[in-house]
Design a protein around this ligand. Structure first.
Ligand code: PBG
Length: 334
């Protein structure tokens, strides 16, 4: 051959020729056991209330939440993360529904545990924004700023009532300094030494939380920039990681997901404990909205985004598509 040597000897395309070949050499795959379903439960409703900005997601009633938890478990999803939406009239400056044993989140925890027992890891959001009338993640000082240390005292009490209601894992998401250590000490003092903490290690002040505000009927005006991390900062996430580990975090998480895959990778590389990624409301809404317009292939886009978290090293993924993905996974392998 007179042109020998001008054609490539190395042909990566060989391993892409058939679906079976591609499947065999895939470096990463998403399994239902990787997934955690975030779910909203609203006080005083008999039927689920659909969310306009998150098509396919609803604020559950206690009944529909039980059913959703059962379906998630059946599909092989690993966990569920609960967010409570109390009656507007019950919200106040200190977030009383968060520490009321009969608050909606505590009732939801008991209902879900009654339904699934230990078949799902039952988790709850440990934050004040869903229960305060000002919508901030903490209590405010006289100047209207979020008071870090006064907030820690509220988190400690919330942690105890959530643990008593049956949570296996608590997710402190308020970005107060010292929240993991303070909550750990409160749980241990109350005998809840087995209740684990999923620390929101890197949580950025993101525009992508938009639809979540509808999901929890948020009362917030303004923003959370004085306590959540600033999007340009990645090294700061490693500082938060070191602090959360020192305070006893059992697992850590990066949030949002897609816009922070680089941060996820850095945290994975540095973390001796399992790392989660939270694919948040705005990421869900982006894909659903574009798919609705026929601008992208919905199922492919979902799988591709979930795979990107695995490729970046996540051990678990919180996603509103958890049950749907797990059910499809089961059907395709049936
Ligand atoms: C705070 C909290 C938020 C989310 C989870 N926990 C909102 C915020 O920090 O503003 C967002 C989740 C999502 O957008 O899907 N309790």
């Amino acid at each position: 051959m007179d042109n020998a040597g001008t054609f490539p000897a190395v042909r990566p395309r060989r391993l892409r020729t058939t679906a079976a070949m591609r499947r065999m050499v895939a470096e990463h795959r998403v399994h239902p056991a990787d997934l955690i379903l975030p779910a909203f439960v609203r006080e005083g409703v008999d039927d689920p209330v659909p969310l306009g900005s998150m098509p396919g997601v609803a604020q559950h009633s206690l009944d529909s939440l039980r059913k959703a938890a059962g379906e998630a478990a059946e599909a092989g999803v690993s966990g569920i993360m609960l967010f409570g939406v109390p009656d507007e009239a019950k919200k106040d400056a200190i977030g009383s529904p968060g520490t009321d044993p009969d608050g909606i989140l505590q009732r939801a925890l008991r209902a879900v545990r009654a339904e699934v027992g230990d078949a799902l890891v039952v988790m709850s959001d440990l934050c004040l924004d869903e229960v305060t009338d000002h919508g901030h993640c903490g209590v405010l000082d006289a100047e209207g700023r979020v008071d870090n240390d006064a907030t820690l005292a509220r988190y400690a009490e919330m942690a105890r009532v959530q643990a008593e209601a049956g949570a296996h894992v608590l997710g402190p998401s308020g970005m107060m300094d010292g929240q993991v250590g303070h909550v750990r000490a409160a749980l241990d003092a109350a005998g809840h030494t087995d209740v684990a903490l999923l620390a929101y290690t890197a949580k950025f002040a993101s525009a992508f939380y938009g639809p979540f505000r509808e999901a929890v009927n948020s009362s917030l005006t303004g923003d959370r920039k004085a306590y959540q991390q600033d999007p340009p900062n990645a090294r700061e996430a490693l500082r938060e990681l070191a602090q959360d580990l020192a305070e006893g975090a059992d697992m850590v998480m990066v949030k949002p997901g897609l816009p922070y895959l680089d941060v996820l990778r850095q945290v994975v590389d540095a973390s001796p404990v399992p790392v989660g990624a939270y694919q948040i409301s705005g990421e869900y809404a982006m894909v659903e909205a574009a798919a609705e317009r026929g601008w992208l292939d919905r199922e492919r886009a979902i799988e591709e985004t979930l795979t990107s978290f695995k490729r970046a090293g996540a051990d678990v993924i919180l996603t509103y598509w958890a049950t749907e993905f797990a059910q499809r996974w089961g059907r395709e392998r049936a």
